[in-house]
Design a protein. Structure first.
Length: 188
């Protein structure tokens, strides 16, 4: 069923990307669960010398810290109303004949990619802990990276309230006024 209004387009988009989010979340939990089960069942000892483990640990920590900071900065840059407003204005300049629906669809295609980047970065954090566990059989960092990565994935769950003002911004960008032109006008 095709969405007719701008809010319907947002609802369709949310439904579509939630499925992808669920797959990434589920794979993260399953991969971690298998590794954690292995750790609990086999009580393995460290595979590599302690000196080598420290180097491994530091390298993985720096990469994990980079991923965590990348997620934070990426989200703060691309998932704000300020970004949505500016991007819609740029899209309107590039596609001046487009209406609000078309601008909204173009923006949502871009946001689809941005959501995927954040989710895959969170999954990469989980995967780093898993890889480190299988290389060393030390589970401490696997658990920490799993918690941080899963928290990142959960924090970036595609919620409708995250995108609820975009239809108003799209109408504003093309100059469609009316009683629902922007939330800011109704708040004033």
């Amino acid at each position: 069923m095709a969405a007719t209004g701008l809010s319907g387009i947002i609802e369709q988009f949310i439904r579509r990307i939630r499925f992808r989010w669920q797959i990434i979340f589920l794979v993260s939990v399953i991969v971690y669960g298998i590794s954690f089960y292995h750790h609990l069942q086999f009580h393995t000892e460290m595979k590599i010398p302690t000196r080598m483990y420290r180097i491994f640990d530091q390298v993985f920590f720096v990469v994990a810290l980079g991923l965590a900071m990348g997620i934070l900065f990426y989200k703060r840059k691309y998932f704000t109303l300020k970004y949505f407003r500016k991007r819609l204005e740029v899209l309107h300049r590039q596609h001046s004949r487009s209406d609000a629906k078309e601008l909204l669809r173009i923006l949502l295609r871009e946001l689809d990619k941005r959501f995927n980047v954040v989710w895959w970065m969170g999954f990469a954090l989980v995967l780093m802990g898993i890889i480190q566990y299988w290389l060393t059989f030390v589970s401490r960092n696997m658990n920490i990276y799993f918690i941080v990565g899963l928290y990142s994935i959960l924090l970036n769950y595609p919620r409708q309230d995250m995108l609820i003002e975009i239809p108003y911004l799209a109408r504003e960008a093309v100059g469609e006024g009316g009683e629902n032109s922007t939330l800011e006008e109704t708040r004033s």
